[in-house]
Design a protein around this ligand. Structure first.
Ligand code: AMP
Ligand code: DBH
Length: 597
């Protein structure tokens, strides 16, 4: 068992600090005010003790609803903190938190904040491969799960992960039957907490990157920097203690956590209502019953909500959204056409948000002209967010020209946690984060997301790193090579298409697409990462220097889908099934990379 000081040192060793002159500047400007999450909750409890902080509707109608006041959340966080300490979790320890949208999420996270242990924010969709990586890579001491959720038994996953990770001392289960693990409800105790909590400049938690590499990278965020982004977000989104935020997306994701999200809402002294299911049939009645004023959605969900509201109106009903003032949409590009429908159909103001767990968050402002709201992805929170739009050689481009977005600022990390190799690629020498996004800046300083240079598929806000999936496909005995690309999709924006070259020996009895999908799922990956489509080709098209041309692969699948969707002349307009996409022209062999001489 590592002693607390070792854990603190380990966290520090993986952390790239803000250079001193920047830290001083951010403090002098009043961005970093020396707050910590533990003290923030204490202060809110002192100011708003009897106000409701968290509403958890549970599964079973209004009578099952739990309502925690600020005073109660504060007391629960203290008792959880004391209980965790008593069970050997201490300052600097990493604890993987994989909870659905339940009140316990906040009890655990604030309990951890209070003792300076670091939540590692896993998503409910993550499975053995991802969770195993988070635990081993962070040397996690604890892991917190629900019992069974969405038909999946997280206790079994935890048993397996625990057997493989000697660092894992404590598995906590939010549920009645913890199996061989410890019931979360048995942890809280009355007990003294250390006099000195974490410092404002300490890493508060590790957030996940959607990533573009083989395994997800971890993002260290400090109390100072994250709380500044909350304060900025709360102001921009017009939140105060009257705000009621509906947490629809998985609570641990950076968007619903902080933009302005549940933590921003608590910062403002408002009320967080947890939505157990994201669909309109669950969300609309909750909005009406709880008087929800603000929520955040990814584009595919926003489309679902728009359709549901339109349908109810068309049937002479009322969707019951009168209390809703602001709808944030982000995580992936929201089409202008859909954006235009938000105000007339949902009766609220759209706020586009283009953010990243690494830091920078852009919002359209509530008082921006409607044209700006529907055609841009917003502008940065802070006057000290430095935004550069550059060409392939890092040369600055004029406004209006599309280029790579680089950013540096008071809440953008200077490095991934414990990843010197990736950091050399992902940050410039002077500390700008290479977002991998292609953007254009308008004369008003708003950004328009035009595309992506990183090797990632954005599946309706859920990010899939191509390399990660390619590695899993390559593990299949019949697969010689794999290239995963995006294909257009009217609902999710993009889906994943895996191009596969089979080994010669496998060509006589080639595997079916479904078999490869099943194989990837069987490797213990989140469901959203399983390729939506598999295409077999003899070889990949190559770029001039012999790399796989993903651009050509994307064009081929897009053209194939468009041809399949377009009614052939003289035939019936509906195409019942998508015929197979013409395979990419095969290149005889990949030319060698020219030598540097
Ligand atoms: P992550 O780094 O995993 O937190 O994912 C952040 C990425 O999501 C950004 O770098 C963008 O690629 C994408 N993203 C987030 N919001 C938007 C948006 N409103 N429009 C387009 N892309 C977005
Ligand atoms: O996609 C994201 O990661 C994201 C989107 C909107 C985000 O991190 C955020 C707002 O803070």
């Amino acid at each position: 068992m590592s002693r607390p000081q070792d854990s603190v040192d380990e966290v520090l060793a993986g952390f790239t600090p803000y250079p001193a002159e920047f830290a001083e500047r951010y403090r002098a400007a009043g961005y970093w005010r020396g707050e910590t999450f533990g003290r923030m909750l204490r202060e809110r409890a002192a100011a708003h003790g009897e106000r409701i902080a968290i509403v958890d509707p549970g599964g079973a109608g209004p009578e099952g609803t739990r309502r925690w006041t600020y005073a109660e959340l504060d007391r629960r966080a203290d008792r959880m903190a004391a209980g965790l300490l008593a069970r050997g979790i201490g300052r600097g320890d990493r604890v993987v938190v994989q909870l659905p949208n339940v009140a316990e999420f906040f009890e655990v996270v604030f309990g951890l904040f209070r003792i300076g242990a670091l939540p590692v924010f896993a998503l409910p969709a993550h499975r053995h491969t991802e969770v195993g990586h988070f635990c081993s890579f962070t040397g996690a001491a604890g892991y917190v799960v629900p019992a069974v959720e969405g038909g999946f038994d997280y206790r079994e996953l935890a048993s397996r992960v625990r057997a493989e990770n000697p660092s894992l001392r404590l598995v906590l289960v939010a549920g009645e039957d913890a199996g061989e693990h410890v019931r979360l409800a048995d942890v809280p105790v009355d007990g003294a907490l250390p006099e000195t909590g974490p410092e404002p400049g300490d890493v508060a938690f590790l957030q996940l990157s959607g990533g573009s590499t083989g395994v997800p990278k971890l993002i260290p965020r400090t109390h100072d920097d994250y709380i500044y982004s909350l304060r900025g977000s709360v102001g921009i989104c017009g939140q105060d203690e009257r705000s009621v935020y509906l947490c629809v997306l998985p609570a641990a994701h950076n968007f619903p956590l902080s933009s302005p999200g549940s933590l921003g809402t608590l910062y403002a002294g408002g009320r967080v209502v947890l939505c157990p299911q994201p669909g309109p049939e669950t969300a609309f009645p909750l909005i009406e019953r709880e008087g929800v004023t603000i929520t955040g959605l990814v584009p595919p969900l926003a489309l679902l909500w728009l359709e549901a509201a339109e349908r109810r109106r068309a049937a002479g009903g009322d969707p019951g959204l009168a209390s809703l003032e602001v709808l944030l949409v982000g995580g992936a590009k929201f089409s202008e056409e859909a954006a235009r429908r938000v105000r007339p159909v949902l009766g609220c103001t759209l706020q586009q948000v283009f953010g990243m767990a690494e830091g920078l968050v852009n919002y359209t402002r509530l008082d921006d002209p409607e044209e700006v709201i529907v055609t841009t992805q917003g502008r940065p929170i802070s006057p000290d967010d430095e935004v550069r739009v550059v060409d392939d050689q890092d040369g600055d481009l004029p406004d209006g020209t599309t280029g790579h977005l680089l950013t540096r600022g008071p809440y953008t990390i200077r490095g991934y946690w414990n990843a010197p190799g990736h950091n050399a690629d992902s940050f410039t020498a002077d500390g700008f984060y290479r977002t991998g996004d292609l953007v254009r800046r308008t004369p008003t300083g708003h950004l328009v997301v035009e595309g992506r240079a990183k090797d990632q598929i954005n599946r309706g806000g859920e990010k899939v790193a191509a390399e990660e999936i390619e590695n899993h496909l390559l593990a299949h005995p019949a697969v010689h090579d794999a290239a995963v690309v995006s294909m257009p999709d009217p609902y999710l924006g993009e889906r994943t298409c895996a191009y596969v070259v089979l080994r010669d020996e496998a060509r006589q009895a080639p595997p079916k697409s479904v078999e490869l999908k099943r194989f990837v799922r069987g490797r213990g990956l989140a469901d959203y990462k399983v390729p939506d489509r598999v295409e077999f080709v003899d070889a990949f098209p190559a770029t001039g220097i012999g790399k796989v041309s993903k651009k050509d692969l994307r064009a081929a699948i897009a053209a194939g889908l468009a041809a399949a969707a377009a009614p052939a002349a003289g035939s019936a307009p509906s195409a019942p099934s998508v015929p197979s996409v013409p395979s990419v022209p095969s290149v005889p062999s990949v030319p060698p990379i020219p030598s540097q001489s």
